[in-house]
Design a protein. Structure first.
Length: 285
């Protein structure tokens, strides 16, 4: 039975298993199955996702991100903050670093207990505002690609939305090919004041509501800014804590996009790669 060293981390309750794969210790493992196994709660460690820190030829390191269903994702904002701190703790990078993802190169910075991620600039044309829902032309959503696809819907009060109702509603949007052929993350947002919003997120690949979503918070804050409802910086209140998003809107781009929040190591040890899992329980629960 192979033993795989790991650290368990979270950013505002969005939790991840992280493995140092600079020496390719994950070779000869079926990664998708392995990720499904170790991310399954109750049967194993459990997490929203798993990341591999690997060698990069264009940055300090490469971040490979896997959703808990075993699919590989382009980027994850809270995951990025966690792997930046992990890389710093492991001596793979200094307190200011660049890291490679499937969505390009990002910058990371250690700020005391917090970690900041700087996103590449995003063209204004890539934000699609006031889009009518395919099934209801009287209701609108907003869409943006912020490392991964995000749909944002504005509501007056989100705390009173029942979990079951939120999940049922979000799943219809997440799988709607008319909104995004590859599927989409779904965010519901409440404006609190000029510099604060509340947010709930259903994450594609996790297929559940998560305690926080870094890229979702970034998309939600910027879209709220484009709608003239908030001004940078924006504190985004999630179920797991507060994330701070800053940005600058120009005529053609959204620039200087930064995501900041905590990144906490909660455990470390060795994963047993052959531990059994009842995958059907993930699909039914």
């Amino acid at each position: 039975m192979r033993k795989v060293p790991f650290k368990k981390m979270h950013g505002c309750g969005n939790d991840f298993i992280i493995i140092d794969n600079r020496e390719p210790i994950m070779n000869n493992l079926e990664l998708s199955r392995f990720v499904q196994t170790v991310c399954t709660r109750r049967f194993h460690i459990g997490a929203d996702g798993l990341m591999l820190l690997e060698t990069s030829h264009i940055a300090d390191f490469k971040m490979r991100y896997f959703n808990s269903d075993g699919s590989e994702g382009e980027m994850c904002g809270n995951g990025a903050r966690c792997i930046v701190k992990y890389a710093y703790l492991m001596g793979a990078a200094s307190d200011v670093m660049a890291f490679e993802t499937l969505n390009g190169v990002y910058e990371g910075k250690i700020l005391g207990e917090n970690v900041q991620i700087k996103f590449p600039s995003i063209p204004i044309k890539d934000f699609h505002l006031h889009q009518p829902f395919p099934s209801d032309e009287n209701d609108f959503y907003h869409f943006a690609w912020v490392g991964v696809p995000h749909t944002v819907v504005m509501e007056k009060a989100i705390d009173h939305i029942q979990d079951e109702d939120f999940m049922k509603w979000a799943r219809k949007i997440r799988y709607n090919p008319a909104i995004s052929p590859s599927g989409t993350n779904v965010n519901v947002v409440e404006i609190c004041d000029e510099h604060q919003i509340k947010m709930r997120t259903y994450e594609r690949g996790v297929e559940d509501e998560t305690f926080a979503c870094g890229s979702g918070a970034t998309a939600s804050a910027i879209i709220s800014g484009l709608l003239d409802k908030v001004s940078s910086p924006v504190k985004v209140h999630t179920k797991g804590g507060v994330l701070t998003i800053s940005f600058r809107i120009t005529e053609d781009e959204v620039q200087d996009i930064c995501l900041e929040g905590n990144a906490v190591v909660v455990a470390e040890g060795e994963l047993m790669s052959e531990a059994p899992v009842n995958v059907s329980s993930r699909e039914e629960g």
